[in-house]
Ligand binder design. Sequence first.
Ligand code: 5GP
Ligand code: MG
Length: 183
Amino acid sequence: MQDELSEILLASDVIACRVEEIAAELGRRLAPLAERDEPVVLVPVLTGSLVFTADLIRQLPQKMRLDVVTVSSYPGASTESRGATIRGAVPEDLEGQHIVLVDDIFDTGNTLSLLDRLVRERGAASVTICVLLAKPSRYEVELRPDLVGFEIPDAFVVGYGLDYDGLYRNLPFIGVLKPEVVE
Ligand code: 5GP
Ligand code: MG
């Protein structure tokens, strides 16, 4: 699988260090809630944020609930987003809750913008957006993520939860696919 990559952008130890820092920063932001013993509701955006979320939450000691949402934007073998669509159930009972949206990447921002609106409409008391990656050159929305692991250039990346046509999610690092693989 690794020979289908042209470059490793972020090695697994680099990701691990940064996830630790993000967890610490998120923990600081959520400290007032923890002091009041109020749980936070983490909303991982599946499937891409699965690996990031698993590493992140084990470094967050506060009370939390997990309420996943599934969004699809690249149907099949495509690197061209067709707009975000929510698949399946959406989180309920968000009235007065403090929400952390967790995603793999803030690309155009349309996915997180849609989810930010959705949870606010459902009465969330606060929304924090936490992403591992961001591509600032691609932003199409006014919304900005609150916490970003790495800003990356405009390249299609895979690994650490991110896929191409459903594959490569299990790579422990993040890399760029060779152009001949992405047809
Ligand atoms: P947005 O709505 O911000 O344009 O796109 C968000 C979603 O598109 C992400 O959650 C992710 O699933 C997918 N995406 C965006 N850029 C990439 C990329 O470089 N690689 C992969 N594998 N998925 C991406
Ligand atoms: Mg996604």
